[in-house]
Design a binder for this molecule. Sequence first.
Ligand SMILES: O=C([O-])CC(=O)C(=O)O
Ligand SMILES: [Mg+2]
Length: 616
Amino acid sequence: MHFRNARKAFALGCKSSCITAIGPNILPSRCNSHFGNKHLLISRQISSEEDERSDEILQTKHRRLSVIHDPALNRGSGFSVDERERLLLRGLVPPRRQGLDQQIERVMKTYERQKSDLDKFQFLSLLMDRNNVLFYRILVDNFEKLAPIVYTPVVGEACQKFHAIYRRTRGMYFSLDDRPHFRTMVFNWPEDDVDVIVVTDGSRVLALGDLGCNSMNIPIGKLSLYVSGAGLTPTRTLPIVLDVGTDNEELRDHPLYLGLPRSRLRGEKYIEVLDEWMSAIRLRWPNALIQFEDFSSDVAEMLLERYRYKDAPVFNDDIQSTGCIAVASVFAALRARGLSLSDITREVIVCAGAGSAGLGVCDAIAKAMEAEGASPENAQSQFFILDERGLLGSGRDMTNDSTARQRFQRRDLPDGMSLIEVIRAAKPTVLLGLSGVGGLFTEDVVKEMHKHVHRPVVFAMSNPSSASECTPEQMFSWTKGNAIYASGSPFENVDLGDGRIGYSNQANNVYSFPGLGLAVTVLRISCVTDEMFLAAARRIAQILPDEDVKKGLLFPRVGKLREISAEVAGAVGMVALEQGLARKMPPKEAMQSFEEMVEYMGRSMWEPKYGHIVAD
Ligand SMILES: O=C([O-])CC(=O)C(=O)O
Ligand SMILES: [Mg+2]
């Protein structure tokens, strides 16, 4: 590790000589610890040109170009006079010092000149490689505009073309060829402290299928949301691809493909590889939260069950955080119809899609019904789930299917009924799309649903946008503006023409995982439980006041993600304390109320601002 955050160094009793006197002013400085409530007061001298800087202090042994080439240290034209002097940068950067505002102006102008979305993606990736603070400042300040580029939908295209546009490495790859060295290669990563790992084996990237090693942009994109959306520290996040081969032949045979050109490993051998990887990760970073991402349905649930109760926090984003935002959306849609959250037990749900996300969502909604007093059998009976063969109905042989699929099999309706038949028979109040099939919700289907319910609740949750089951325009026009709509990828709101707006809520798991990660990091939570996701869902659904929700706006826009994440982290933190799963206690005042806990989570976020770099 080439530098460390001096906040931690102080906590460890670092000599005060690591802070160098550099100017005429003597200011007391507050050091917020990311992991606790320590506000160490130190005496620090700074020059007046640095007034706009944060209190963060980074110590480094690096000098000259190695400072500039490190994105955690690089400030481009923003190095102070003292940093230029002490880090031996004189002559290596243009003479005139510029502040973050001028740098942002230059970057945004160049960004606007990029022609395609993919060009924009690449431009932002290069900025991320160069300068953490600048990249995250821009992402936080322009979140609604840039999230669709670094995340869904454009990240999907960036994965499909990864082999063609690859420029510079980021994160870690563990391939079958690296066995049995996983336990030593983890030490090739420079950081001793990692808070969150996002890992994928690329077997089901969004709804784009098996993309093998090309999937690296998914963990990178997710982690950039942890940082921008919930204030995790960028150097303490780690994106990982497990390369166990790919069954995508076109990719595998492509001369520029960067992964192992072999078919995907499956069965016992695959599990052995995952076990070996898991134990290597636990050896090096025993506390890190591990997010499983975009694993195909045949392994996603099994892996989650295998690791989730073993001594470290693990969750599956597509199953659990997508489930969380779906529950939040159902709760908020109840409020929109003037009902109360406990009325969730009466919702009738038709779900198109029986993959890990579809089953995860239905499971989470069923658990929410149980939490509101329904028996497991009654909860189960409210669901009608379809896969590509139609309804999971009576007569289908499901002996080799996962237990989750078996649980949702209907005994009272014939197997294979089509979507419209199921809607006619079940008269759903909520229609969920997790099928990955763009356009699946046709006019007939939606109008059939609208015959039975005045305000149909339709969530087209598949990603990216091309896989969305229907667009908000279609939905509002087919229901005369009465629908309550949400989608997984972002869409514009719809002008309904009569002075009303048709809200296209983005029911994406981004509302939940960053806040969860913040709580796990700040409180060193040892296990991620279903109750945490349920508490997060309740909170997300209740952030907006009644008058907004009644209009069909389900939660605040994604541009408010930092505030939402603080609320989610607060909710998760309270559950962790109740369940005895927090290994680090928050300060007393944070335990006094939910609001105080939210405050504390907000205060614990990393801010993209230049701090002070001091020579070690
Ligand atoms: O990435 C997203 O937008 C949500 C997600 O996890 C998925 O669709 O797999
Ligand atoms: Mg995913």
